[in-house]
Design a protein around this ligand. Structure first.
Ligand code: ADP
Ligand code: ADP
Length: 228
């Protein structure tokens, strides 16, 4: 079984824009995947197919062996966490703890379990001491870490991050890189989009190169090595 499988996925927006063309790829469980490509390549569109926010116009997507359909895509979203590019789109509650608790409470966990799950998730991103603060009081990097905690609190098998390093200073980028390593040790399958080829080469064990909605290549990081 693979974590993610796309078979001949094509996606056309309502205005006729073909954002993905006939994409076929497999991501093994536990992989660290970097999705690279210029603006407009289709990266976000592809990521939205992996957590069932979008269903393909044609072709199919399977997550942990289960084919995504209109019926099961909401349930699949519990197995696949998406960290948005901009934490201000995601971290919107009055306090950090409330924000991280949102998903677990939706799952109707007992309040005791909610508190345990949230403490563990906030601890794993180094934000437990900030649990009672308001998100607007936090730095951008701290908000990003709260967004990641909110995803981890749902115990997903797969974590998707849309441009996790964007808009962070070098220290913030190092913190996120450390967190990504932690996710890897937890056994999560991680797929992130990035423009940073050097980061992709150093962190990923699989790279996917997209351009104009087409898959240029998918494989190990040797794809990124300049052979001149
Ligand atoms: P990336 O994340 O690589 O920048 P996107 O997946 O956001 O690429 O976009 C792929 C293509 O689809 C681009 O040409 C983009 O302009 C187009 N696109 C994205 N969202 C929409 C939409 N809602 N309606 C029409 N076209 C869209
Ligand atoms: P990203 O590359 O992270 O998806 P964008 O700035 O490309 O961010 O897109 C921001 C929003 O605008 C998204 O909701 C996307 O679906 C939408 N969008 C992008 N391109 C188009 C387009 N050509 N037509 C309509 N909506 C678009």
């Amino acid at each position: 079984m693979n974590a993610i499988e796309l078979n001949n996925v094509t996606y056309t927006y309502q205005n006729g824009m073909v954002a993905l063309q006939n994409i076929t790829l497999k991501v093994p469980i536990g992989a660290k995947v970097a999705l690279l490509g210029p603006n407009g390549a289709g990266k976000s569109t592809l990521l939205h197919h992996i957590n069932g926010l979008k269903l393909p116009t044609s072709g199919s997507v399977s997550i942990m062996g289960e084919k995504l359909t209109k019926k099961n895509c909401a349930a699949i979203r519990q197995k696949v966490g998406l960290v948005f590019q901009d934490p201000d789109d995601q971290v919107i509650s009055n306090t950090v703890l409330e924000d991280v608790a949102f998903g677990p409470r939706n799952l109707k966990m007992s309040e005791k379990t909610v508190q345990e799950v949230c403490s563990a998730a906030l601890g794993s991103v180094g934000m437990l001491e900030h649990k009672d603060r308001a998100p607007y009081q936090l730095s951008y990097g701290q908000k990003k870490r709260v967004a990641i905690a909110g995803v981890l609190a749902m115990h997903p098998d797969i974590v998707i991050l849309d441009e996790p390093m964007a808009s962070l200073d070098p220290l913030g980028q190092d913190e996120i890189a450390g967190l990504l390593q932690g996710l890897y040790y937890m056994g999560k399958t991680i797929i992130l989009s990035t423009h940073d080829v050097n980061f992709a080469a150093s962190w990923a064990d699989m790279v996917i190169l997209l351009k104009g909605g087409e898959l240029l290549a998918a494989g190990n990081t040797d794809l990124l090595v300049d052979e001149t």
